[in-house]
Write a protein that binds this ligand. Structure first.
Ligand code: H79
Length: 472
């Protein structure tokens, strides 16, 4: 049994029944109080300092890679002539379990190279990788003692997560796991899909037993793959998953590693794809999916996860990729609102990243090489988003802030106009991160607005970053 870090232990004790009655009564009353207090109380007792320390690396990182990989890469989005599927293919195409299981015998990604993947993430400027240890189809991408529905039962017979964990450790990238609560394969998971009907009768399925299975897998995932940064749960919306189970799983996960970070889909508090939690729900950060909160979420930790094209899992027909410009501007936009960006890659069945993804990662990396400091360790902008771009900032120990102005739309004649009072021009210096040796003049214009003369044309058409740093 893992330690229960946040609830006092109850020691066994022999007592007469009479003596126990008032204790039972007290427990009932305490439970009632706890239930009514839940709406206002934090789930877990943790000081702000302890929480800040635990969240520190994640807040500084700002940019990570999501990887959706599993048996669904084999059909690559196509079933019976329809080509719109992804990682949901089994349920969307209503593929009987025995049919779907055949993909296990075809999974042989001989071109898989963990080091190459991790180096591509790192070169793109990403600080962590969140990979599907198990998606909704229940297939485990790792060597699990608790099921044969895993990678060791494929022709490949290599523990993908082990190889990734070693490559991540070597490159200084934090490995994180996406683990689905919903499971379309395990015999104890409930409910069944409606369309499965007589194919998969419920029989003596026992959901409690399924949860034990999931916990055993989580023990494997936190014991065998080095230090894990985040456990990213998903598929929490079915009725069998409850708030009580969510709290329990949160505590269980932190019990496996007190420093681990857990997303909010561990519990039931998520409000749709906007992804933020109701008060009193478990989870360390919100998970907007395929969207960026319009004005950020002051005081909350959140991470937008997003696909590069229109699918999470590999779809050979989906060529609708976002442009590099779009992706870089989204990263700056998210950072300016105080969030993290978890950008997805859906590797192919041969083990390689799609070439379109590789190209975008390289181009983002080239931008990050010059401008990374305007993303890492930054906080939300002190000013609202503007037509010309976005702003991020880093608060210094002296209370003075360094501003990074992400210029998307180059101003007319290169004259950038900023609100009065944003900084004291006498105590700041302005430079472009692309040409740090060339200071730019900051002058006061009409109504004390700040005027900064930039070059006539944009050095970087996607996002040129202007740094306003306090003079020493
Ligand atoms: O893993 C990827 C997708 O396969 C998975 N999440 C990303 C990261 C995903 N699962 N489902 N969906 C995405 C869309 C499901 C949306 C809904 Fe709901 C589930 C609609 C109703 C239940 C979420 C929960 C939105 C409203 C409640």
């Amino acid at each position: 049994m893992p330690r229960q870090l946040w609830e006092p232990g109850t020691e066994g004790n022999t007592m007469s029944f009479k003596k126990l009655v008032p204790i039972f009564a007290a427990i009932v009353i305490l439970q009632f109080c706890a239930a009514t207090a839940r709406a206002a109380e934090p789930v877990v007792q943790e000081s702000k300092e302890a929480r800040d320390a635990r969240m520190g690396w994640w807040r500084d990182a700002r940019f990570g890679m999501f990887i959706h990989w599993g048996l669904y890469a084999v059909p690559a989005g196509e079933w019976n002539g329809k080509t719109t599927y992804g990682e949901w293919i089994r349920t969307e195409a209503e593929i009987p379990l025995a049919e779907y299981e055949k993909f296990r015998d075809q999974f042989n990604p001989v071109k898989f190279d963990a080091q190459a993947w991790v180096r591509m993430a790192k070169a793109a400027g990403m600080k962590y990788i969140t990979i599907t240890s198990k998606h909704h189809d229940g297939f485990s991408l790792f060597d699990s003692k608790h099921t044969d529905w895993d990678v060791m039962s494929t022709p490949f017979q290599r523990d993908i997560l082990k190889e990734l964990s070693e490559a991540c450790a070597a490159e200084g990238i934090t490995l994180c796991f996406y683990h689905s609560i919903m499971d379309w394969h395990h015999s104890d998971y409930l409910p069944r899909r409606k369309w499965e009907g007589e194919q998969r009768p419920v029989g003596d399925a026992d959901y409690g037993r399924y949860v034990e299975y999931m916990k055993h897998q989580l023990e494997e995932l936190t014991a065998n793959y080095g230090k894990i940064g985040v456990l990213w749960y998903d598929g929490e919306w079915e009725h069998t998953w409850t708030h009580e189970r969510g709290l329990d799983l949160y505590n269980f996960t932190r019990g496996l590693d007190p420093e681990i970070i857990v997303n909010n889909r561990v519990d039931k508090g998520r409000s749709g794809m906007a992804g933020m939690s109701a008060e009193g729900s478990a989870g360390d950060f919100g998970t907007p999916e395929q969207e960026i909160p319009a004005t950020g979420l002051p005081g909350k930790d959140w991470e937008t996860c997003m696909t590069m094209n229109n699918h999470w899992g590999y779809n050979a027909h989906d060529k609708e990729f976002k442009s590099t410009q779009d992706l870089i501007r989204k990263l700056a936009d998210i950072a300016s609102k105080g969030g993290n960006f978890l950008l997805n890659v859906g590797p192919m069945a041969n083990g390689e990243f799609p070439p379109e993804s590789v190209q975008r990662l390289q181009e983002i990396g080239a931008w990050m090489d010059v401008n990374g400091q305007s993303i890492y360790g930054t906080q939300a902008s002190p000013i609202a988003e503007t037509p010309w771009g976005r702003c991020t900032q880093k608060l210094g120990a002296n209370g003075k802030t360094t501003l990074y102005l992400h210029v998307f739309e180059w101003p007319r004649k290169g004259l950038l106009v900023l609100p009065a009072g944003l900084i004291d021009p006498g105590t700041y210096r302005a430079t472009l991160l692309a040409s740090p040796g060339t200071p730019l003049t900051i002058e006061k214009g009409k109504k004390d607005r700040l005027h900064i003369q930039l070059p006539d044309t944009a050095p970087d058409a996607i996002d040129t970053v202007l740094m306003l740093a306090p003079l020493p």
